[in-house]
Design a protein around this ligand. Sequence first.
Ligand code: NAD
Length: 448
Amino acid sequence: MSSSETNPFKIAQSQLDNVADRLELKKGIHLFLRTPRRELSVNFPVRMDNGEIKVFQGYRVQHNMARGPCKGGIRYHWNVSLDEVRALAMWMTWKCAVVNIPYGGAKGGIICNPKEMSQAELERMTRRFTTEISIIIGPEKDIPAPDVYTNAQTMAWIMDTYSSIKGYSVPGVVTGKPIHVGGSLGRNEATARGCMFTIREALKHFDLKVIPPEQWRKECSEEELDKDICDGDEGTGYKLNKATVAIQGFGNAGSISAALLSAKGAKIIAVSDSKGGVANKEGLDIPKLIEHKSKTGSVIGFEGANDDLGPKQVLEFEADVLVPAALENQITDENADNIKAKIVAEAANGPTTPEADRILHEKNIFLIPDILANAGGVTVSYFEWVQGLQQFFWSERDVNVQLREIMTKAFHEVLQISEKEKVDMRTAAYMVAVKRVADAIEHRGIFP
Ligand code: NAD
């Protein structure tokens, strides 16, 4: 693979190849895992508001289902490609395996510009796409969820369309639904909350700007303790002692990470979205910034900032922690050398190219890989699916406690392999995940 490779599928394959030898994977299993099990490509017509018919192209790719039904989001973006969806599907297989939830990996996407479409057009496109892919999705087969530029509303349309086809309500066909149609409390925040837990474990590991629970409990108010219990910490979690954080992307993953990290005591000093970035070394007021973005559509022009940045400049900002939470290929061989953070937590999928990975490792930057850092979303999706199948719904506190336990355990399993095998955290996470999937394939056997 060339050093400037940015094809996400080639990158995903090379990440698998990187651990195949270390794990002594059988050649046949390695080859089976290098390519998706099923790919569905659909072209379908949608009536636009002006009466015109537009044809959209979409995909649903199922990478592997050895450990359970496939799971993965649906993305609406003008740059969606089959190779991108293949990569994202493969990463989902590893992500579910690294946190040890009983799913395989899938992903879907439509090539479209959701920013230029009305709600009615988005609804018609979503419903028609659901019909097209209904032959391969379902609660026992493949369960979509939100991703870039899709949200709880999109999931409600998918659930309603699929249920209309079946003739009865099927809440388990998607996760990330609104609460009143079977969504889970805590799902909207789950990716960010999981990411926050891994960042906190990393800061604890380096004993960097953390306050032990015994100490902060002496100082905290009743209200803070109640909030902590709802957060899944039960008053036993560490607080962050003004650890500084820069975040690229201010959507679901980025803005909620900012909110949760700042509530835990971190100082968010720089953030960006697709239009630009803002910074304040004293710390940005995150609730106000979220309000500003929802009113104006961007973080730019925020009154509480004293510096303007380009969307990518935020990556090179001097901070303890950098959270890329936008898209793939943001940290490359061109800018990796300029990254100043001590910890990089990949809330986004695939933000770092393999060449940049090598540079960050050489610079001793501790990277929490995407398949671990952002696995909180799929973990609470799993809780939502379980709740939907049982029609028995949990409290937010229960969701967050279970999430904390899973994320913390997974972080330490990966860290342990990384230290034992003397490899970076991405390689270690792949070693844990690929081994679990390969073991499942071996145990199930090759049919016939
Ligand atoms: P989103 O649509 O809610 O937000 C995306 C954000 O990125 C927006 O603020 C957008 O303005 C910004 N952005 C786009 N291009 C940018 C650029 N070039 N520079 C700076 N910012 C840019 O999407 P999301 O759900 O937050 O997903 C973000 C990333 O997190 C994706 O890689 C996604 O796959 C990953 N992820 C999301 C979830 C989830 O549950 N939402 C779970 C796991 C992984």
